[in-house]
Design a protein around this ligand. Sequence first.
Ligand code: PEP
Ligand code: MN
Length: 351
Amino acid sequence: MKTLKSGLINKVLIAGPCSAESYNQLDEIAKGIVQLSPDYFRAGVWKPRTRPSEFEGIGIEALEWLRQIKKKYSLKVCTEVANPNHVEQCLTFGIDALWIGARTTTNPFSVQDIAEALKGEQLPIFVKNPLNPDLKLWIGAIERLKKAGIENVYAVHRGFSLTDNGTYRQTPLWQIPIELKRIFPDLKIICDPSHIAGKSELVESLSQTAMNIGLDGLMIEVHHNPQIAKTDAKQQLSIHQFKNLLNNLIISKTEENVLPEKINILRKEIDNIDNKLIELLSERMNVANKIAQIKKESNLSVLQVNRWNKLLSERIEYSQTKQLSESFIKEIFEQIHKESVRVQDEIIKSK
Ligand code: PEP
Ligand code: MN
């Protein structure tokens, strides 16, 4: 019976340290979280590090520790694999599930090698998104595993490595897992808020967002003493913080057939507004077309950078009086302007 995880029934919960560091470390953490009934206890055995001088994991010896933890606490265990040799070792040591890390998902050759090493096996495989926000690459990795006959394939959203990640270590770009869900409604997608956050203080709020958008579970890094962790020390939760997070988490329903009537009425309003937006965009585009004709006749360039600068700052200024966020309005007008430039360019090029 699930205890603290009770609100998370039907969700997958994976918890444990970033890296396996010693048997005692794994034992302390497993002892601390076993009563929270995680579905899997995680610990990285081979660590993909940016520089070779950093701690790169314990390797095979730690697989033996995981086997002992599994037996002692009746916990299923999982670790990261990056090549067929890792897969083979994990199968030998009875590891219950595997995850493919973000750096590995980026490389179709590696994913294909792993998929082939897994042929005929039926353990769950968790596929982290690639470092870059390339949805097709993520889907491709999942497809390679499915083609190899693996039935239980999960996607793991762990954020994306961009030059400007704002508050986070990795930018969440929630629209990407949402788009993945739209394309494959039956695919289970879980969230790894720890690697998105990079700081333990942000993990709870990211976990709640993941639940709010209806993701199917969480993979959270937990350490009995995060300060001394050999990898990702800043983002790992203490056992106490992890318990609090599970206690505070609110799980919302995702079913569409339990909607209060009031929502249906408001949705009709949204539908009407959206149609008006489309009509306005079409009207705007017609004006842009007329301008393109004149630019063509007068041999003027499509892009008039001063006009574009002025337009953008005026729209942002006006939107401030309407309680709309600057970044939102900026993004929308960048898209509108991009499309205008594309269409005007076509018109000017046309014979
Ligand atoms: C990890 O889970 O510890 C890890 C290395 O994750 P990622 O591949 O998402 O960076
Ligand atoms: Mn980590």
